[in-house]
Write a protein that binds this ligand. Structure first.
Ligand code: NDP
Length: 318
């Protein structure tokens, strides 16, 4: 199987009680198991095959991007990869960036190249992402990999990390609950190229009956209400209401939205908190299992980036 979903025994401890009907799907534990497996396999390759190598490129000084890039480079070192990070100035030209990608495409020590988005407005992101060799495209954004996923060639496709991680959580939770994905009614709310569409393809690969809803869909409550599996990837705080959820459904909440919290922090700034795209508290009394935000899908994204880099290294040496 092309995704790192074989994490042995993970389904035994991925679910924990919420105090209400729904069980909580623990993405932190799941991500630690995936990272431990990647680290073990990387260690087992040592001396025999090349060490997986990940290059992370950041252009400019977007503070959120700096945090993401640091955690990706750190995770790569922790699992034993060769890890390089390029911090390029905001004024970097598209040509300079393309030249660096060409160098990394040709570098046998590098198996995965990640260009952190968003890029400065003067740089054409599509041109840059399409310059990354599809074999090193560990974000899974290249049209070649999107094409492999859409024809169901999961043995060769590098799949975008967030939907890949969502599928791991979903499969493990379903297994623990004794639910089969084959034949299940699955609804993905959101159709972006990085989450909604690849998620729909992954569910299809598991033989679910898949509906993709979006901003023009009519009667979203009824569409969601039919689903045994709901994946919310909208970017609107708590938009999917608890009462829409079919009793017993498995809910994967991909959304990460910052909303005002209560009170002020130590510096006197208004506090904020993270919520998902699903009204979590209300959903707890209906869903069979649900991912919390934070602590659900979020931690899986970096773990799957490492799993993808290891896969790219394995495919390169196959
Ligand atoms: P996009 O903004 O690219 O896509 C949002 C999708 O939601 C669009 O397809 C849009 O429809 C649809 N949508 C918007 N409003 C509605 C509505 N009222 N009813 C139904 N559908 C609607 O977002 P992303 O896919 O990039 O991200 C989605 C969420 O996932 C965000 O909260 C983001 O922060 C989070 N995320 C989390 C990650 C993680 O690591 N956990 C990684 C990536 C994203 P239309 O196409 O018609 O406009």
């Amino acid at each position: 199987m092309a995704l790192a979903t074989d994490a042995a025994g993970l389904e035994k401890n991925i679910l924990r009680p919420s105090g209400e009907k729904a069980l909580l799907i623990d993405g932190k534990i799941a991500s630690e198991v995936v990272l431990a497996e990647v680290a073990a396999e990387t260690a087992a390759r040592a001396g025999k095959k090349s060490q997986p190598g990940l290059a992370v490129i950041l252009v400019g000084e977007n503070p959120a991007s700096q945090v993401y890039v640091r955690s990706k480079s750190k995770a790569a070192k922790t699992v034993g990869f060769h890890s390089v990070q390029y911090d390029l100035p905001e004024a970097t030209s598209e040509d300079e960036l393309l030249k660096l990608i060409d160098q990394l495409n040709a570098d046998p020590k590098i198996h995965g190249i990640l260009v952190q988005l968003p890029l400065p407005p003067a740089i054409n992101s599509t041109r840059v992402l399409e310059r990354v060799s599809p074999l090193k495209d560990v974000d899974g954004f290249h049209p070649f990999n999107a094409g492999l996923l859409s024809i169901g060639d999961l043995d060769r496709a590098l799949v975008p990390c967030t939907p890949a991680g969502s599928l791991v959580l979903l499969e493990k939770a379903a297994k623990a609950l004794g639910v089969s994905l084959a034949g299940a009614d699955a609804v993905v709310v959101g159709r972006s190229n990085i989450v909604g569409k690849p998620m729909a393809q992954l569910l299809l690969s598991r033989n679910a009956t898949v509906t993709v809803a979006h901003s023009r869909s009519r009667d979203l409550p009824a569409i969601v209400g039919r689903a045994d599996i709901v994946v919310a990837a909208v970017g609107r705080p708590e938009m999917v209401l608890g009462e829409w959820i079919k009793p017993g459904a498995i809910v994967i909440d991909v959304g990460i939205n910052r909303v005002p919290g209560e009170g002020v922090d130590a510096q006197g700034r208004p506090k904020s908190r993270l919520v998902g795209d699903v009204a979590f508290k209300a959903a707890l009394s209906r869903a069979g299992a649900i991912t919390p935000v934070p602590g659900g899908v979020g931690p899986m994204t970096i773990a799957m980036l490492m799993a993808n880099t290891l896969r790219a290294a394995k495919l390169a040496s196959a």
